[in-house]
Design a protein around this ligand. Structure first.
Ligand SMILES: Cc1ncc(COP(=O)(O)O)c(C=O)c1O
Length: 383
């Protein structure tokens, strides 16, 4: 029998208590109410075509699980077909399918940048990028959000201090918690000026922006110094992520990327679902058009109330205080709107917010009703 430690859980309990004291304790909540919280922007997650594609694949004998690593028997024809189709769809030399966007960012950042290189991260990039940078071999520095001059200064300072390796500029094309777009063209120009690589996380733009939903990097795809992460669990309605890059970088990942090699391959059924999503993007452009119209409608309604409109389908309503944010989210949930509060450390301290996300799972009437409810709830709040 192991020795009995009555306080084995004490440090976890006290950490949880500390979170509670700061109004940062999280708990899992069921899905209820109108969807103003998911990233299922084009409502593909429950689209009949997606379901039918998976059912047809099952009927034809596609296994549920891959049964092994891609480098062993887990490499299924569904994965290879998806990667060939994705390279064609996005206009890249090659693509590699990984189990999630988190895994893809971590995989890329711990595999490609080498010792002696510099990573320049936008201050608001996703947690998975920070984790990958921390766990990787290269030095990393953080530049001011969406500020090309800050990126330029960071690189210049590093070079002046003797840095001689390759520079990697890492950003999101559409920021997940602020809903604003990166100044892509200027960052591409900086990458070219410093012979640097650009890693762009398109998590919230893939499927929604660019020709056929190819993302905001579409005009730059195929460049040797560009690597893009297209997550498949958001607008594509499935799960996983496609990394598009040059064939050399893909081959290097296949040989050296531990999060790709030492893991069971994603379900081949998921590869089928993503393949279908790419076909739907081409064949049903009206989905993107309807979402763009919904964003325009929401912005008119937001402006009418004197609030700040958003550039995209992600609408942050900044509250500031953690408890107030969660109180407001609960009040809206009680009225039938699934709106979630986002607190630090997901967003910077003092900027807790409601993250209202627009998807084709709701109508214009739903959006108007939510904004009316938000106006009422904030009007009766103590200031
Ligand atoms: C910007 C960004 N990158 C990556 C991810 C991770 O993607 P996934 O949910 O597929 O792991 C997310 C999702 O939360 C995200 O918002």
């Amino acid at each position: 029998m192991p020795p009995h430690h009555p306080d084995k859980s004490a440090r976890y309990l006290s950490a949880l208590q500390a979170l509670k004291d700061e109004d940062r304790l999280r708990c899992l909540q069921p899905r209820v109410g109108l969807d103003f919280a998911s990233n299922d922007y084009l409502a593909l997650a429950s689209a009949p075509r997606m379901k039918n594609a998976v059912l047809a694949a099952l009927d034809l004998g596609t296994p549920v699980g891959a049964g092994g690593s891609r480098l062993l028997r887990g490499n299924c024809e569904e994965h290879e077909r998806l990667e060939a189709e994705a390279a064609g769809f996005f206009g890249a030399e090659s693509a590699l399918f990984l189990g999630s966007g988190y895994a893809a960012n971590f995989a890329v950042l711990t595999t490609l940048p080498q010792r002696g290189d510099l990573l320049v991260l936008d201050s608001l990039v996703h947690a998975s990028i920070h984790e990958g940078a921390r766990a990787g071999r290269a030095e990393f520095r953080v530049s001011a959000h969406n500020d090309p001059q800050s990126v330029d200064n960071t690189i210049r300072d590093w070079r002046a201090q003797g840095g001689t390796g390759r520079v990697w500029i890492v950003l999101e094309s559409l920021y997940s918690m602020d809903g604003d777009f990166a100044p892509l063209e200027e960052l591409v120009a900086i990458a070219d000026r410093y012979d640097a690589f650009l890693i762009v996380d398109e998590a919230h733009a893939t499927g929604v922006y660019g020709e056929h939903g190819r993302g905001l990097t579409a005009p730059f795809e195929g460049r040797e110094n560009l690597l893009v992460v297209h997550t498949c669990g958001k607008a594509l309605g499935a799960a996983g992520a496609l990394v598009t890059a040059s064939a050399v970088l893909r081959d290097f990942m296949v040989n050296r990327c531990r999060p790709f090699i030492f893991t069971t391959a994603p379900s081949p059924l998921m590869a089928v679902a993503v393949s279908e999503a790419l076909v739907i993007l081409r064949e049903e452009p009206d989905r993107r058009e309807r979402l763009i119209n919904l964003i325009a409608f929401a912005n008119r309604e937001i402006s009418r109330r004197g609030w700040r409109p958003s550039a995209s389908q992600i609408i942050p309503y900044i509250v500031g205080d953690n408890a107030r944010t969660m109180g407001l989210a609960s009040a809206l949930q009680a009225r039938g709107f699934d709106v979630r509060g986002i607190r630090p450390p997901t967003v910077p301290a003092g900027t807790a917010r409601l993250r209202i996300s627009l998807t084709l799972n709701v109508s214009e009437d739903d959006v108007r009703a939510l904004l009316d409810a938000l106006a009422e709830e904030t009007a009766c709040e103590p200031q």
